[in-house]
Design a protein around this ligand. Sequence first.
Ligand SMILES: Cc1ncc(C[n+]2csc(CCOP(=O)(O)OP(=O)(O)O)c2C)c(N)n1
Ligand SMILES: [Mg+2]
Length: 770
Amino acid sequence: MLKPVSTDVEALKVLDERLRWLSAWTIHHANHVRDNADALKVGGHQASCASMTAIMAALYFHALGPNDRVAVKPHAGPVLHAIHYLLGSQSREALENFRGLGGAQSYPSRTKDKIPVDFSTGSVGLGVAITLFASLVQDYLTAHGWLDDKDRGRFVALIGDAELDEGNIYEAIIEGYKHDVRNLWWIIDYNRQSLDATSADRMFERFDEIFRSCGWRVVELRYGKKLQAALDGNKALKAWFEQLSNAELSALHYQGGAAWRARIDADLGKEGANFLKEHDDVALASLFTDLGGHCMETLVEAFDAARDDVPTLFIAWTIKGFGLPFAGHKDNHAGLMNPTQMAALRDSMGVREGHEWEPLEGVGDNARTGVEALLERSRIPREKRSRSFGKVAMPAIPAPAGEEQSTQAAFGRILLDLSKAGGELADRIVTTSPDVTVSTNLGAWVNQRGLFRRSDMPDIFAQAKITSAQKWSGGNKGQHVELGIAESNLFLMLAAAGLSGDLFSHRLFPIGTLYDPFIARGLDALNYACYQDARFLLVATPSGITLGPEGGAHQSINPPLIALGQPGLRHYEPAFADELAAMMEEAFRLIDDPAGESTYLRLSTRSIRQVERADHSWRDGALKGGYWLREPGDNAEAAIVAMGAIMPEALAAWEELREDIPGLGLLAVTSPDLLHRGWTAAQAARWGGERKPSHAEQLLSKLSRTAGLVTIADAAPASLSWLGGVLGQRVAPLGVEKFGQTGSLADLYATYRLDGDAITEAVAELLLPA
Ligand SMILES: Cc1ncc(C[n+]2csc(CCOP(=O)(O)OP(=O)(O)O)c2C)c(N)n1
Ligand SMILES: [Mg+2]
């Protein structure tokens, strides 16, 4: 770790005030100064910003080194922009356009903001936890020899206290403890207010216990130097102060000096008299607002004292809206100063009207030199870090041999073959799974490549010569990160590993496996990963009612619809092993392509007979979302449109019907997601003058315009039924619309109408004259 730069606390205090002004002004400008054509609320959080300007000044202008990465509490985004504005790396134009198209984003965004943002935030709790997994990824890269010690850094999360109610934080620290994570600073802006009100008093002492028991050092910054000294010299006052509830404290902060006086007088009587005599109202208000999170000396000392790698939780006491007229008011979360209040703040800060945007406006000549020197010395990157793409050689991935296979088995086989063949891609794959490594068929890969542990973990069963198909030993060259059953952690791990090329300039190829229905359990974290453009391969298996006897609770219905609506994630659902091999090759390529994305493979445990291929012409279509498995006749009046594991039923129905219905086609859909995207993209391009039919249009235009489509998937029927809208063809949608139940495949397919009879009936109905 680098040593801290020498510090000028006075200059940091000036910067704290500058951040408070600039963040408040940026929000004010967007709400009250800039034209607002549609009269919609613009919003922003002046109180949440003011709460942590001192913390952020101490961090960015003193404590942070060039390799440290920070997740900033979403509603303190304007403070981060103000920091970069002072450093010269954010433009006035972007601040003037805060929350406008192309302007500084409402919440820090890695992809959309022009300043360096290490982690996007917005959905509270997730930005906190991703720092833990990013630290684990840093350790992984170091252990594998890709990251030098000099390039290692600390991972910092700036946290609103109400974020601590998000359960994903506790899931993460439990997992972190197992992996012995380090180099973390989590700093709580403990203003004891959430969005709705002041927060519950009783939880406070519990938080530090929870963290301590997960191996964290907890540092409480309750008092600033001035208040600490006053309370140390006055036991009665201290005892009185410490018994005030969160709500009482906040109310007193809001009411100010006279209220403090009245309350002390009422509660302490004679015991408080001398103290009150020594302080006028202004002094009282200033003294009691001197909490740890606003005291520069306290913050600098605390950060300097925590420079080892022990994960550290700082609980910095603050006042929400510190220094602003609504400080401490329970309703201040989205509160905005009115123009009169803003003018008063401007005057009190020595900012001249018309000079509001000047970075160091109001800073006197004496202080200016120190402040400028501090800005100059700040070691945080001014530019976005470069992203690593396109550097890894991609091998061709052959389809595993076998007349009968399931896509899940083929997935395990492909990884095993990749591992055995070796090479850069195989070395850069990191797999992870929330306690379903074996049941999602990662076992053979893990046997080959081992578990990742910072210190060696022997396989006790193997040492005892107990027969097992699965080796379970770990070491620092292992390539599988074992997770407990917490799907949110899986997605955060994929997000962090999927950003390795961005955070550390070393691309990893993360593969996460889980059961398809449990995607929903981590959905917001999945969305969060995609929102930041993390790149990974998600393999969900088993899926659908094809899981059979394992029952309804494990059968997934709607994930294809989730994928259809999820930007940044490409859904593929193969029926055959050769399709899967092509899709995995494509997924790896997409991970390493600047214009790529993540991929979701929906796989099945059902072993099915593989089709014979005359050539490779199917491959291109399969990667675009679909191909004719059985070519239709020209202008055919009907087609079966099928996806995934029920392909044998579709093929059998096609065989049965083809004599009666000449030209009947069978369209294998491999990605409703890609077909839909292509359809809308072609439409948008047409408005721009480009006339190229989408892949779905090309496929379906082989049929007559009046053709009927029977769509069938082991999923919600809406996954495919929309295809009728592409050319206006009629559709009979088959799929799963009710929760599944246990049963043999034949029984379940008959019950849920996913069998040949259902297809035959549906085709017949479509072909009946209206
Ligand atoms: C997952 C999620 N739920 C709800 C919200 C809406 N929300 C934004 S901030 C906030 C309260 C934040 O309070 P706290 O974390 O204490 O931050 P403060 O503004 O007090 O610093 C809520 C509920 C959100 N952003 N994310
Ligand atoms: Mg709060």
